[in-house]
Design a protein around this ligand. Structure first.
Ligand code: GTP
Ligand code: ZN
Length: 398
């Protein structure tokens, strides 16, 4: 961080601390805040008429400003955004820049000026009109109004540079954002216990690639494999598509260095079935790192209610972070047209134009060059099987 920026942050911090007592008084001076400090206070939600209490007593220009802030979240992804630009955006508002590191319903934990504080999310911020079903995800950069007692209020969500999203199962035009501003996804699979599930790996990879994220696969528990050639048969097709494959034995701390190299300085979402060894792997990457969200979390609402954590982003000492979220489990391929599936199987796409029938589905037709390529080993049988299975699943959904 530049010296100047450091100074600015220190000043902000000082001003924040100095105003602590005063701020409380000011807040109590408004009708809206007196309302909020009633014992039965609830986060702002629209009433039966769709009106929000705070909005009725808010001056017009204040409402305009909030609407403008909200609009920022609807902006499409801007790949070039970085920390400096987010800081500049925040500097143009009366609020502080925050980075969301944990999310639960209506609440989040955000890093603000080096501190991690629990924040309520302004009720007026809704996902409506954003194209998403949820307003906030782990990794989001937000505008935070600091409040008393080391708490804060999320006033707005800044534009994202990337996001891992999946189609909503009720309305496929809408998306649920699982993690924001992440760079890549690491699929962790076990060779055995639970037995490797190749179709699931492909599904995770496709999900990430549809969101423009880099991908890699970690094959863990290789100490349980008897045959190195079998492992190679899984690793080779991915590697030839420039998808790195790491072979690890997390309990033995074997093969960890390439995983560290992949994670360093990047925001990475972890994906993998239960029991494949994600926690063990992360502990081998950085001893002491607690992956399990339930243990990390003690998010409490202001009324003292505990809430279930939906996602958590953990910083890595070597730079970068990892995102653990149960939301990833059913990422699925919702909304993908079966005819577009082939773009995620470049080794099949390379040969399809030469099949005898123009509309060959490469499953049962004669004169299919894809099947020929499988037969003579140019395409891995299991990749072909995954393609055919997923094509069938997607065709049923259309
Ligand atoms: N043999 C062997 N066992 C491993 C290896 N890595 C992890 N395990 C074991 O696999 C079990 C599950 O590991 P976890 O790290 O808890 O798996 P996880 O993916 O975090 O599982 P969830 O918490 O359910 O998501 C534990 O008993 C680990 O000791 C490995 O490389 N080899
Ligand atoms: Zn064909």
């Amino acid at each position: 961080m530049s010296k100047k920026k450091k100074e600015i942050r220190q000043q902000q911090r000082k001003a924040w601390d100095a105003e602590k007592g005063q701020r409380k008084k000011i807040r109590h001076n408004t009708a809206a805040n007196q309302e909020k400090h009633r014992v039965d206070w609830q986060p702002l939600v629209p009433d039966e008429e769709g009106e929000i209490a705070d909005q009725r007593i808010m001056p017009l220009d204040e409402r305009d400003r909030r609407e403008a802030v909200e609009e920022q979240a609807t902006a499409t992804l801007q790949a070039s955004l970085d920390d400096t630009q987010w800081q500049n955006m925040a500097d143009e508002t009366p609020f502080l820049l925050g980075k969301v590191v944990e999310v639960s319903r209506g609440l989040c934990r955000a890093e603000v000026n080096g501190d991690t504080i629990v924040c309520d999310v302004r009720g007026i911020l809704t996902a409506e009109g954003t194209g998403y079903t949820n307003i906030l995800a782990v990794g989001d950069r937000v505008l935070v109004q600091p409040l008393a007692d080391e708490r804060g209020l999320v006033e707005g969500v800044l534009p994202r540079r990337s996001g891992l999203a999946r189609s909503d199962s009720y309305d496929m035009h809408l998306k649920q954002i699982i993690a924001a501003n992440v760079d890549q996804l690491l699929v962790v699979a076990a060779w055995l216990e639970p037995k490797i599930w190749l179709q699931m790996i492909d599904e995770y990879l496709i999900g990430a690639q549809r969101n423009g994220l880099k991908t890699a696969v970690c094959l863990n528990k290789i100490d349980l494999a008897k045959d190195g050639a079998e492992i190679e048969a899984v690793a080779a097709p991915y590697r030839s598509l420039d998808i790195p494959v790491f072979l690890t034995s997390a309990t033995e701390s074997e093969g960890i260095e390439p995983v560290q190299d992949f994670l360093r300085g990047q925001a990475t979402v972890l994906a993998g079935l239960s029991g494949v060894g994600k926690s063990t792997l992360l502990n081998a990457v950085q001893p002491g790192l607690q992956l399990r969200t339930s243990e990390v979390s003690n998010l409490k609402s202001r009324e003292g209610r505990h809430t279930t954590t939906q996602a958590v982003m953990l910083p890595l000492a070597m730079g970068g972070s990892v995102v653990d979220t149960p939301g990833i489990k059913d990422m699925g391929l919702l909304g993908l047209h079966p005819d577009d599936l082939i773009t995620f199987y470049p080794e099949l796409a390379d040969v399809v134009g030469y099949c005898r029938f123009n509309d060959c589905t490469h499953s049962h037709e004669p004169g299919c060059v894809v099947k020929e390529a499988v037969a003579d080993g140019r395409i891995a049988q299991w990749r072909y099987d995954n393609y055919v299975n997923l094509y069938d699943i997607l065709s049923e959904a259309v």
